[in-house]
Design a protein around this ligand. Sequence first.
Ligand code: ADP
Ligand code: MG
Length: 249
Amino acid sequence: MTSSDNRPPLLELTDIAVHFGGVKAVDGVSISLDQGRIYGIMGSNGSGKSTLLGAITRLNPLTRGQMRFDGEDFTKVRPHQVAHLGVARTFQTVRLIDDRTVRDNVQLGVDTALRSRRRELMSSVDEVMERVGVTAVQRMRPSELSYGMQRRVEIARAIVSRPRLLLLDEPTAGMNTDERDEVSELMRTLQQEGLTQLLVEHDVQMMVDVCDYLFGMNQGELIAQGEPEAVVADEAVRESYLGKQAKDA
Ligand SMILES: Nc1ncnc2c1ncn2[C@@H]1O[C@H](COP(=O)(O)OP(=O)(O)O)[C@@H](O)[C@H]1O
Ligand SMILES: [Mg+2]
């Protein structure tokens, strides 16, 4: 489905770097994401995963590098244009507005879309809440919900704008196994609708189960990429990530 058709990659990053003073959080990453696939980034804490997602959405200014999105130059777009062009993300730490209801928080995702699309998107708020399982709590405040439910609200807010690329930063942190499986299932149905996804997640099993392709990062650099089973078994990845995790456990 990917290289057989002649579509350009949906997202192409070339030599991306994000430095914070002397900290080379991301340093020389080149990756390419094809339309409609689910990608994952593995790497120990501090390896630059969240910063790379922030580079794509322009939360983190680029130190160097080029990006193309859907065949167009994406290097100089402004942060607010990122959402208009169809890139949405969820954050590693929950970012919901607590004096607003769940429903209001989901609707905020509509506001990130172009004005001309908002009326149409408003009509899909109920459907999106139903899909991610937050309909029953729509009148509640985020702080009244479990952490797992708060994460669902974030996912709803991200997909209500009907993005073409969804970046998910540890979306299942704080969830139990059943809730995690539900997120995997949701990701698969979104994939069937053509949504390209880039997932950062510590659960190796989930990464292997849900992703079509994995990237391994260490100290801001890409150290491996390929089929999930191969990347998980890769020596450098095991050394930097799995070994470390085993040591931490
Ligand atoms: N805003 C920032 N200012 C300074 N250093 C940062 C900032 N954000 C991230 N870093 C540093 O960049 C490195 C990569 O962080 P991060 O991208 O959050 O890693 P990961 O998501 O893989 O755990 C870390 O050393 C972190 O301390
Ligand atoms: Mg992170």
